[in-house]
Design a protein around this ligand. Sequence first.
Ligand code: ADP
Length: 477
Amino acid sequence: MTIYQNLIAGEWVGSDATKNINPSDTNEVVGLYADGTVEDTKNAIAAAKAAFPAWSRSGIWERHVILKKAGDEIMARKDELGALLAREEGKTLPEAIGETIRASQIFEFFAGEALRLAGEIVPSVRPDIGVEITRDPLGVIGIITPWNFPIAIPAWKLAPALCYGNTVVFKPAELVPACSWAIVDILNRAGLPKGVLNLVMGRGSVVGQTMLDSPDVSGITFTGSTGTGRRVAAASIEHNRRFQLEMGGKNPMVVLDDADLDVAVEAAANSGFFSTGQRCTASSRLIVTEGIHDKFVAALTAKLETLVVDNAMKSGTHIGPVVDEKQLKTDTDYIEIGRKEGAKLAFGGELIKRETPGFYLQPTLFTEATNQMRISREEIFGPVVSVIRVRDYEEALATANDTPFGLSAGIATTSLKHATHFKRNSEAGMVMVNLPTAGVDFHVPFGGRKGSSYGPREQGKYAAEFYTSVKTAYTLA
Ligand code: ADP
């Protein structure tokens, strides 16, 4: 089998490899992907540092053309790359193709942003002096990504990093190197000069840690677990480096008595269970007022009955497998914790067997949960959702905000008054009215508050806040 190698200083290198396994069929090896070493990582950082002066001064048309070419190729290959994504991560083929299209759109957006780079010229408060405010690239950006969006998250970090003139060392998650390899291959062939983009696949404790420990990495953008996020923060403060963290969520979806039941059920089923609940924006707490509670639970349970859990590549599958054995154990451990805490298992909870051996788990719904239970406070990252019964809107809002996280929050209501109040008073970075908590646009800011995020927002024109450093220049006229 071919080994997909790391890209360091414009050369494909690496002979030790790890198997990329399909979670829908554990007999299938998706490919062999290089296992980067400390030395590989140091070489990649040195290459990115050496490439920075020239790339930081490159023309915006060159950057535009490269990002546009990459976006176009990803779109042209959406079915093939989508299938690769579904095979390595386990989300359904339509979801995986949708994510691939999203990655292409992100490159298109930042191809445009490259042409819109601008500064400000303002008068000084002193006579005869002019002031210019411009944005400089940061330097070498370390990109560390998780397994749950194997092509979209790399795209939304790589595209702005390169657009604003930075060079990159990119370390994807161990479980899903295939899409990252493909995207780097595409960018490399699109014409990036040697060393501007370096790919080092491998372990977090080896490749990731070497990036954290390097004084030559000027910024780290990280999406992953809270524990690793804290390590990124501690190491970055040590090096006086800029960092951006996207971590967990325990996103609430409030359902009020006056909600349109179909809208509420669709939103809850989508954001709780699609992509196997493995989205940081998934709703894992459904906070439902008394008047609609029983009707809502009955309708949601009926909907769950219709959802097919099976191989991600099969047509008709609504929910693919859990990503790997470790995550499956986390999910089943939390199901056990929920039972012991006294929540009522209203649906699912069992492992299922399919034609191909994979990590299949029923969508799982707990009712009669309280907001103090561990299943309501800790991120599970699987298809496990709890329903919390509340008296009224005021209690619903207080419960929604009573969480260490603050990424996304939703409300299902037909009341303009409650929708408006919720948008204003939710302590989340993203608020959805009559929509799933997951499913965001690519041209507007993405990010959260409290324990979910740290640093500037990602995506859209707000991405510049992380990937550039503002300079104020004064000139005596
Ligand atoms: P998850 O539990 O979802 O896998 P992690 O935070 O462990 O979340 O992983 C997110 C990313 O962080 C992955 O690319 C992983 O390899 C990387 N990572 C893990 N440990 C470290 C570390 N010590 N230093 C830097 N990166 C790490």
